[in-house]
Design a protein around this ligand. Structure first.
Ligand code: DGL
Length: 358
């Protein structure tokens, strides 16, 4: 082989190796984000491109969701796992324990920088708050979903997934607690709620406010939650195989105790009373709550209203009745905190402290 040919071969080889090294360097500089898929509308399909209601949720697999957003490869090294494939109205305590344990196992790995959980929007706020209380890492965990199925015109899933991965791979999101991100907004798990049955701007934190925005694939934070979460939480699910049964009794005019009595008879360890107004209890319902408390059931007064502080000793003498006040937690989130509280204590003073802490 002539020397000029050898020289050309060496130069070509050197250039190729340099390019590979640069590409590898670029890839290794990208954060490692794992996407855990659970189902929902983001994985949903409809009969036509204009079907935005009446579609089938939980039909598209995690790798297809990732492949539909090739831009992800520019912002993170993304791996996908299909943890469940369900519509989120069917989420159970057992699903939460499985998901929470998987999240903690992954975040304990040095090669995982953040996690995105794709999820149905119906119970996303609940899963987010449960994880906010049990995740044992400061690394970002971001819940994401979609209000339109993947087959719809202007489906919001792809951009929501891209934004969620950008947050999960960011330094800015470290230590912020579990986050929920749709519609270019970033919300805290504790305070966010679904406010509309079908529009893409459904998730809001009405009075306490969102934490920030995602723009151009970058998160911008303007607030942080003041309540304890993740590594500051006293709750640990590592050795739990079940959660205590806690049910919600919804308040309304002309209410009776049929539901309350049935829950207590079925062995509920706790009852969330989602009262009218500031957690008011109907005169004909109060005796049933008092009797349940006397049998050892923990009673938490919450409100169906949605915003504001549920004042202890306001609409009921909680000190005398030995009830717990839910502070600003919605009934569905008060249920989650009470379930976890009951894995630690039955002492109502201790439980009330937890409602003022998380
Ligand atoms: N069945 C609902 C769910 O899985 C669909 C709503 C959605 O994901 O946006 O939560």
């Amino acid at each position: 082989m002539k020397s000029t040919t050898v020289s050309r071969w060496l130069v070509a080889t050197f250039c190729a190796l340099t390019a590979i090294t640069a590409a590898q360097a670029q890839t290794t500089k990208l954060p490692n984000v794992t996407v855990l898929a659970t189902g929902g509308t983001i994985a949903g399909t409809g009969a036509t491109s204009t079907t935005t209601v009446g579609y089938t949720a939980a039909t598209v697999g995690v790798q297809q969701l990732i492949n539909a957003v090739p831009e992800l490869a520019k912002i993170a090294n993304v791996k996908g796992e299909q943890v469940f494939q369900i519509a989120s109205e069917s989420m159970t305590n057992e699903h939460w324990l499985t998901l929470g344990k998987r999240v903690n196992a992954l975040l304990a790995q040095n090669d995982v920088d953040g996690i995105v959980i794709t999820h149905g929007t119906d119970t996303m706020e609940e899963t987010a708050y449960f994880l906010d209380l049990v995740v044992k890492s400061k690394k970002p965990v971001v819940l994401v979903g979609a209000m339109r199925p993947s087959t719809a015109l202007s489906a919001d899933g792809p951009i929501n997934l891209y934004n969620a991965v950008s947050i999960a791979g960011s330094q800015e999101a470290v230590g912020k607690g579990v986050l929920l991100a749709l519609n270019d907004q970033i919300h805290a798990a504790r305070d966010v709620t679904k406010t509309n049955t079908s529009t893409p701007d459904s998730f809001k934190t009405p009075e306490l406010g969102l934490l920030g925005y995602v723009q151009g694939g970058k998160p911008f934070f303007y607030r942080a939650s003041t309540r304890k979460h993740t590594t500051d939480s006293e709750f640990d699910i590592a050795n739990l195989t079940a959660l205590p049964q806690v049910d919600i009794v919804y308040g309304y005019a002309n209410m009776n105790t049929v539901a309350l009595d049935a829950f207590v008879a079925a062995g509920a360890k706790g009852i969330i009373h989602a009262g009218v107004g500031d957690g008011s209890i109907a005169a004909r319902v109060k005796p049933g709550l008092i009797a349940a408390r006397k049998k050892g059931t923990i009673i938490v007064r919450s409100s169906r209203v949605g915003q504001g502080i549920l004042a202890r000793n306001g609409e009921a003498n909680d000190d005398e009745l030995d009830f717990v006040a839910s502070d600003t937690l919605s009934p569905q989130k008060a249920r989650i905190l009470l379930m976890l509280a009951l894995t630690k204590t039955n002492n109502t003073r201790d439980i009330q402290r937890m409602f003022y802490t998380y």
